[in-house]
Design a binder for this molecule. Structure first.
Ligand code: ADP
Ligand code: MG
Length: 238
């Protein structure tokens, strides 16, 4: 697993400044939760780290290496979205193995990786199903399985549970926590949900108006919010 370092990373779309220079150092194995209102630049920040969007300025380093000019496929970072983006015509096993096939990974290694991920995610009995025959929670697990099999250096989660109902969200939250304990994966997790942030985060990054308002442990933000925005986010019930 890898460190992720952002050094004055900023983003503009044309004349519009979406993100002021962001400095952030994420430790190997750390679980960082990114919170902030809609439109504040959370997805843009993840997309820059993944290489799907170019930084306007600043340096992005993964495991110490500057990756600004490294294409997404060579960054070895996995993204998990809220829309599952599964291939409808493929089975669960095929969905999970697709990226490995593209990389011409050996068949045995693919089978082993898919089996391991399916076991980890409680999907072992569903590997021959197609997405339409799965529940929302199961689909989200397949999306995570697709990320896991690649053994990425880090995971970026963009509001992965926001399409699920409250009960399922709670269950998946617990599973993500277990998964993190097991894989020790460096993770950045975007959410609107205070409880997700408080229960999953080693540290929370609170973003508003294109700027980091506070970085700290859940207890730091809860006990010593830097400003009204942070207090409002942590203080109000879900
Ligand atoms: P969040 O994920 O926090 O809701 P986003 O990162 O998606 O926010 O978007 C931040 C801002 O950047 C928004 O105002 C959005 O409209 C703008 N934006 C995002 N992508 C583009 C793009 N490709 N072109 C122009 N503006 C964009
Ligand atoms: Mg977003």
């Amino acid at each position: 697993m890898a460190t992720i370092d952002l050094d004055a990373v900023a983003k503009s779309f044309g004349p519009v400044h979406v993100l002021e220079p962001v400095d952030l150092k994420i430790r190997s194995g750390e679980f960082v939760v990114l919170v902030g209102p809609s439109g504040c630049g959370k997805s843009t920040l993840l997309r820059m780290i993944a290489g799907l969007e170019e930084a306007s300025s600043g340096d992005i380093r993964i495991a110490g290496e500057r990756v600004n000019d490294v294409p997404p496929k060579d960054r070895n970072i996995a993204m998990v979205f809220q829309s599952y983006a599964l291939y409808p015509h493929m089975t669960v096993a095929q969905n999970m193995s697709y990226s490995l096939k593209l990389r011409k990974t050996a068949k045995e290694r693919i089978a082993e990786a898919v089996k391991g991920a399916a076991e980890t995610l409680g999907l072992s009995k569903l590997t021959e199903r197609r997405p339409r025959a799965l529940s929302g929670g199961q689909r989200q697990r397949v999306a995570m399985g697709r990320a896991i099999v690649r053994r990425p250096r880090a995971f970026l989660f963009d509001e992965p549970l926001s399409n699920l109902d409250a009960r399922l969200r709670e269950q998946m939250r617990a599973e993500i926590k277990k998964l993190h304990a097991r894989l020790g994966a460096t993770s950045i997790y975007v959410t609107h949900d205070q409880i997700e942030a408080m229960t999953l985060a080693d540290r929370i990054v609170a973003l508003d108006a294109g700027k980091i308002q506070q970085i700290g442990t859940p207890l730091d933000l809860y006990g010593r919010p830097a400003n009204r925005f942070v207090a409002g986010f942590i203080g109000s019930p879900a």
